[in-house]
Ligand binder design. Structure first.
Ligand code: GLU
Length: 423
């Protein structure tokens, strides 16, 4: 059975099809040649379940979405206090490749703009191991597979890297970059050319959502404090000079890349990634931003919304007899948001109910977000299609009435009726 969460992601892609403004990045020739119609979206829960839709096999270069992860390694090496002395944490309000440093301190303003990212790359490089090898190894742990480079993109960017070279020499001249500026830029450009899919990125983002623990391997890749610090910097500086706009509309820590990807992190709940190559003037994917805005609205991701406990919607599963028939009763609880309903949907798909009669007891449910309402209705319709009889105990009428493809509907019972039927 196909998960209704995947159906939701398909709809998200279909409903943003009209967003065709912008152009692929043109200052890197290989990126200018990207197919602008490619599009993909993925979610990964902190339990490690990945949902991906669209061109899910399409590989593209990670670009600036590599910056938070390189910064994470630099924090591990230098400690939080140490790194703060080297690279600032203030949003710059300037373009990502601006040729400027903080006039008071002479430091890069933050690690998400190129000046800070080139300095960061140099900080994670040593005589023994190149920064590039370290970051590729880190990406491989984060994604659970060997991440390689898109050599064509790296070569193309290196051939046109004057601006980044200018930045590196500026950093070197002001004492903010040890070593050869040329070598740092080469390493940084290759770091940006790591080749990933949206599912890889969602998994990487979910490690940050999960406080630094990779959900599949259970390996702690970042300590809690570093993760919190990193997410704060992503929230204020991740979307370049559009950071304020982003925080008010989408409202989650995020990072975009000029190949067209954007990752977002909802702490404690999910990692999200979208891809579409056409960019706005800030260097952010136009359709990607549109998809993120929809996701944030539909899934209730905005951090500044009253926080909802991220507990599972499924309180318990009972195997009982209802009116002399064996039945499976799913007792739901709390606010139904995507991450809480996901656990229920996952369970229903992985181990479908073995009884014909299925009851959803929603008497303990508080608020239901539109996407959770839709997902639960679609799930019930799929179960009806498979021949189950469905009873919903829904005193607040949170689930809409509907019928399956053969015209059969759900039955609504009061909590009292279920109680007396259970005996
Ligand atoms: N490699 C790109 C650059 O340095 C990354 C920029 C980005 O993705 O925003 O120009």
């Amino acid at each position: 059975m196909r998960s209704p969460i995947l159906d939701y992601l398909d709809t998200l892609i279909a409903e943003t099809q009209h967003v065709v403004e912008g152009q692929p990045a043109d200052y890197i020739p290989e990126l200018a040649a990207a197919d602008p119609e490619k599009v993909a979206v993925a979610l990964c829960t902190v339990n490690g379940t990945v949902y991906a839709s669209g061109d899910t096999d399409h590989h593209f270069s990670i670009q600036s979405m590599s910056k938070p992860f390189a910064y994470a390694l630099a924090i591990e090496d230098h400690g939080l206090a140490g790194i703060r002395d080297l690279i600032g944490v203030e949003p710059s309000g300037e373009a990502f490749n601006e040729l400027s440093l903080d006039p008071e301190t002479g430091r890069p303003r933050n690690p998400m703009i190129n000046a800070g990212a080139i300095a960061t790359h140099a900080l994670i490089s040593s005589e023994e191991t190149s920064g590039l090898d370290r970051i590729l190894e880190f990406f491989s742990r984060l994604t659970g597979r060997d991440v390689g480079l898109d050599d064509a993109v790296a070569a193309s960017e290196l051939a046109t890297a004057d601006r980044n070279l200018g930045l590196a020499y500026l950093l070197h001249a002001s004492g903010q970059l040890d070593g050869d500026p040329q070598v740092s830029v080469e390493g940084y450009v290759q770091q940006c050319a790591a080749s990933v899919t949206v599912a890889d990125l969602a998994l990487m983002a979910s490690t940050l959502a999960n406080g630094g623990v990779q959900p599949h391997s259970g390996e702690r890749l970042l300590c809690r404090e570093s993760t919190r610090h990193l997410l704060s910097v992503m929230a204020t500086c991740g979307m370049y000079d559009a950071a304020g706009d982003w925080l008010t509309t989408v409202g989650i820590p995020a990072k975009s890349g000029v190949a067209g990807g954007i990752i977002g992190v909802l702490p404690g709940q999910i990692g999200v990634a979208v891809f579409s190559p056409r960019l706005d003037r800030h260097g952010n994917s136009v359709r990607g931003v549109a998809m993120m805005e929809r996701l944030s609205e539909d899934l209730g991701l905005h951090l500044m919304e009253a926080s909802r406990p991220a507990r599972s919607a499924l309180r318990e599963t009972l195997r009982v007899t209802v009116e002399d028939q064996p039945a499976t009763v799913y007792v739901l609880q709390g606010d139904l948001v995507l991450s809480s309903i996901e656990a229920l949907v996952h369970e229903l798909i992985e181990s479908p109910p073995s009884t014909d009669l299925v009851v959803f007891d929603m008497a303990r449910v508080d608020e239901v977000l539109p996407v959770a309402r839709r997902t639960s209705s679609e799930m019930a319709a799929k179960l009806l299609d498979e021949g189950h009889r469905i009873i919903i105990v829904d005193p607040e009428s949170t689930v809409a009435d509907f019928t399956d493809s053969r015209g059969r509907g759900i039955e609504r019972w009061s909590p009292e009726r279920l109680e007396s039927a259970l005996g």
